[in-house]
Design a protein. Structure first.
Length: 78
């Protein structure tokens, strides 16, 4: 049962990450159009360029969860 949950949540990450990137870029563009000064452009550019690799990592994590790589985790010695 928990492996099915892991696979389902892997698909959720795969879908949510591109949607988050799309929403972030859309919001950045709207904010830059509202206030087209250098401060706003730099701020939103940094937000977008920092978040895109994080979102790509979420997609990779979701892919591995969906493929079942996390079904058998090593036991802890604690």
């Amino acid at each position: 049962m928990e492996n099915a949950i892991k696979k389902f949540l892997g698909l959720v990450w795969i879908v949510l990450a591109p949607l988050a990137i799309f929403y972030l870029i859309k919001t950045a563009m709207n904010e830059i159009v509202k206030n087209p000064v250098a401060d706003t452009i730099i701020q939103w550019s940094v937000f977008v360029f920092v978040f895109i690799p994080i979102a790509i990592g979420f997609v990779i994590f979701g892919y591995y969860a969906w493929k079942g790589e996390y079904n058998k985790l090593p036991e802890s010695d604690l």
